[in-house]
Write a protein that binds this ligand. Structure first.
Ligand SMILES: NC(=O)c1ccc[n+]([C@@H]2O[C@H](COP(=O)([O-])OP(=O)(O)OC[C@H]3O[C@@H](n4cnc5c(N)ncnc54)[C@H](O)[C@@H]3O)[C@@H](O)[C@H]2O)c1
Length: 480
């Protein structure tokens, strides 16, 4: 496999030599003296290794930025890969370590395993130079920094599965070394960073552990990593200094928190969005039950009224992050988080709300219902935790025959759009792909997202003039 080897002869820039006062457990914001020592160290590391980056040095290198060799556990994932590409673009030597053989093989051929804006160009420029892929954990051993960004799911009872992360860390510890910075980047249950630090320190005393959460929107990670502020935290002063330095090489702004604050902060970001979508979906349901068009009301109340500007569109709020992170927060606050739990009930109820809209119009038993879009958000190929699948199941329970289509998703049972449009008695837009925006279906349709600009009520087909204003595409596709 191309690019599968590691750069074994690569000369390590031992950051720990430069991060003085290193081993104190970090209990608050770092003092400026420690940051000063990190800044001073940057130049020394650069000079030590500058010549190794001939041809791939970015402006950042010339600006005396320290370049690390970085291994990324979960490097082929939706969050790990954009990070790896960003670091490679900045000149770091990056190895993407993953167990997903399909994704590894695609990357080794210069193909992206999923949609990510601008990623293929960066991949083409860096693959085999300072970007490598591997399924061999020993590639992590001689890295300056190891980033861990695997999924951190909840179980079937909505409990966080911290043990999975701890087991993975345990399994990989023999491939790490005590001079490394170990960066956790997945969304974590509060306290998980401390647990990982404790566990690693037992076998690798002195290893630096940091938590620097990913906050990108899926599909546009490359742009967002560079433009969004990066929260960094470390279990020790030296971990914080090293994490700050790593992310300063790719991010515009770096903000420090303690690990626990950072863990909660990341969960707050996702729970906030999930609750906001829950509010919109609750309003939508109130309207739909009363034959009122949510989008007419929404348009009126947000127009020139900044205090309502944050009211989202309704839609299938799903995906691999928002639901599970709201539930992690709930578990942390021992299941006493009614706002989050209510948002979950409302959001997860949306497929049922749509079915009720259809049923108010007609008996759906034995009817063919076309589901347009199976991804969890617009113009994405990602079906993880998509509510379109729940809609499909509920339709079957009601005796209807769902016919599903999605231009971005490959599944053997999906139909072509023209077939669905020709066969279906009823339609539902389940993912707001822009390619559906100009459809003029003959059958009744429910369009929760108002993609067709006909409003949130069931449309009886052969649409007349648009009744509701067009909402911004960013509002539509921004869920994750
Ligand atoms: N997807 C996003 O845009 C996004 C944004 C912010 C935060 N996050 C967080 O990032 C984390 C990862 O999410 P994701 O969407 O990238 O998930 P993902 O499933 O796309 O990626 C995880 C990767 O880890 C790999 N992996 C799993 N077990 C492994 C192992 N034992 N060794 C090596 N590799 C292994 C998988 O093969 C996969 O490629 C989650 O905690 C998520 O909440 C994701």
């Amino acid at each position: 496999m191309r690019g599968q080897h590691d750069h074994v002869g690569f000369r390590r820039c031992s950051d720990r030599r430069h991060a003085t006062n290193a081993s104190r457990v970090y209990g608050g914001r770092i003092r400026s003296s420690a940051l000063g020592s990190a800044a001073a160290s940057g130049g020394r590391c650069d000079r030590a290794r500058g010549s190794r980056y001939n041809g791939i040095r970015s402006n950042r290198v010339e600006m005396s930025m320290t370049l690390d060799s970085v291994g990324i556990i979960g490097g082929c994932g939706h969050a790990g890969l954009p990070l790896g590409l960003s670091l490679a673009k900045a000149g770091h030597d990056v190895t993407l370590y993953d167990i997903d053989k399909r994704a590894l093989a695609m990357l080794a051929e210069g193909r992206m395993p999923f949609q990510e804006l601008g990623a293929e160009d960066v991949l083409a420029r860096h693959l085999g130079k300072n970007l490598h892929v591997s399924n061999v954990p020993s590639v992590l051993t001689n890295k300056d920094v190891v980033v861990c960004i695997v999924g951190t799911p909840i179980d079937e009872y909505l409990n966080p599965q911290v043990q999975r992360l701890l087991s993975l860390v345990d399994e990989l510890a023999t491939h790490l070394n005590d001079q490394q910075l170990f960066v956790l980047r997945s969304t974590l249950y509060p306290g998980a960073t401390a647990r990982v630090h404790e566990q690693l320190s037992r076998v690798l005393p002195g290893i630096d552990v940091a938590f620097c959460p990913e906050r990108i929107v899926q599909g546009n990670g490359l742009a967002e990593i560079g433009s969004l502020p990066q929260i960094v935290s470390g279990m020790t002063d030296s971990a914080l200094v090293r994490a700050r330095r790593l992310f300063e090489s790719i991010c515009k702004t770096v903000i420090e928190l303690t690990p626990m604050e950072a863990e909660l902060g990341k969960l707050f970001c996702n729970a906030w969005r999930y609750i906001a979508f829950g509010v919109a979906n609750q309003f939508y349901s109130v309207c739909a039950e009363n034959d009122i068009d949510y989008y007419r009301v929404r348009r009126a109340i947000v127009q020139d009224y900044p205090r309502m500007a944050g009211l989202p569109l309704a839609g299938f709020a799903a995906g691999p992050c928002l639901f599970k992170d709201t539930m992690q927060l709930s578990a942390f606050f021992p299941n006493d988080f009614p706002l989050g739990q209510s948002a979950m009930l409302v959001n997860e109820q949306m497929p049922r709300t749509v079915i009720r809209q259809l049923m108010r119009h007609t008996d759906i038993k034995n009817k063919t219902v076309g589901i347009l879009g199976m991804a969890f958000k617009g113009d994405s190929d990602d079906v993880r935790d998509s509510l379109a699948f729940k809609l499909r199941k509920l339709l079957i329970v009601e005796g209807a025959r769902p016919l599903c289509t999605d231009p971005f998703v490959q599944l053997p049972w999906l139909e072509r759009l023209d077939e669905v449009l020709s066969e279906a008695d009823l339609l539902v837009i389940a993912a707001p792909h822009q390619c559906y925006a100009e459809l003029k279906p003959r059958q009744p349709i429910v369009d929760v997202w108002n993609l067709l600009r006909l409003g949130g009520l069931l449309q009886s087909g052969a649409p007349a003039e648009a009744s509701s204003g067009r909402d911004s595409p960013a509002h539509r596709t921004g869920r994750k």
